[in-house]
Write a protein that binds this ligand. Sequence first.
Ligand SMILES: [Zn+2]
Ligand SMILES: [Zn+2]
Length: 445
Amino acid sequence: MIDVQRLKDRVCECIDAHREEIVSIGEDIRTHPELGFKEPRTAGIVANRFAALGIPHTTGIAITGLKGMLRGAESHVTVAYLGELDSVLVRDHPDADPDTGAAHGCGHNAQIANLIALAYGLVESGVMSHLGGNIALMAVPAEEYVEVEYRLRLKQAGKIEFLGGKPEMIRVGAFDDVQMALMTHQSCRDEKGKFSAGAPNNGCVVKRIRYIGKASHAGGSPHEGINALKAAMLALQAIDANRETFQDKDHIRVHPIITKGGEMVNVIPADVRMETYVRGATVEAIMSAAAKVDRSLKAGAMALGATVQITTLPGYLPRLVHPKLVEVYKENATALVGEEEWWEPTFGAGSTDMGDVSHLMPAVHAYARGACGTGHGADYRICDPDMAYVAPAKVAAMTLIDLLADGARRAKAILEDYHPAMTKEAYLDFMRGLAQDVVWPEEQE
Ligand SMILES: [Zn+2]
Ligand SMILES: [Zn+2]
């Protein structure tokens, strides 16, 4: 039998040998942020490294995604390690792209550095020839659910169907040969500790809302108009009135914004736009809250005699936790940084498309604390380059070795008694079933 510890040491040495380069890749991406489905430069960096390392890979998956494949001595299981390519919009961030306003306010630049560091470690150590499974290295576009209008145009052009990167990679088959997935997100929260994993988080649906009223002179003849802004305001109050029915266990978050409130101050608003997420801990909770939101939106229209158009878009599924897989990850994280540097996470009220992946296969979404400041905020920084760019790759490598050594014994044990929450087909049906375009009241024949 091979000495697993020696394999882990060798991979970590190979990662350390490239430390300077890995940090400079992470910093280069940090200063060249790209928004979701528009990450050609970042994807190009990954492709170049894969090519230099001789890793067979496919590019252009879900527009900018990539998938490299490292084969083990046997192919009992394929485990994916994921890195997200995109950034967020934070115009006042010092690193923000002056043209697009994009900035790495969520640390995804570190995820890509981790992915490349892992590739160096796995290839240069020669570890794959000792493993009983394959490792898919995947760079994934568009984790952040932003620029909805732009993505709807991509959808209309037939370039995507779903507005998030992982749902789209699932749809086009990039996960078809993958049985397990890992990734590491940067955390900037206040918890003491360097690594964490194992808490679920919210899923969401996304709504675009349009109130259609009737324009008229706001001073001279408001009685001839239908005020779409008043309808929207009533709807917001009706949503707020429903909040007392949301139960703590469901972690519901509804946070609507008005993106267009009218045209001119002396015209009764006839076209008012809103957007909201409806987040919750379970699909049932999300659907129940979303029905209350729809009811509230219609109530606003009814009171004013306006029309409301509600476009519902599938967002992300709640993230499920696989405790046995988390355990393998935790063993390796604590081996690297010590027991005292592990923090037990609490429920996350945000949403990520790793939730979608977690419905199809055992998945770990870990956190590493290499960042500080406010997530998605102007003061977000990488404040510990080793924790951001290097250490997560080592923990990932060691976890993958544990899963795949000895004929993939531990990975096979995890999969043996695992039943996915959804099959791919059920998932696609569910997502497609969520998409809805409702006009209320319905036009009379
Ligand atoms: Zn993120
Ligand atoms: Zn984010």
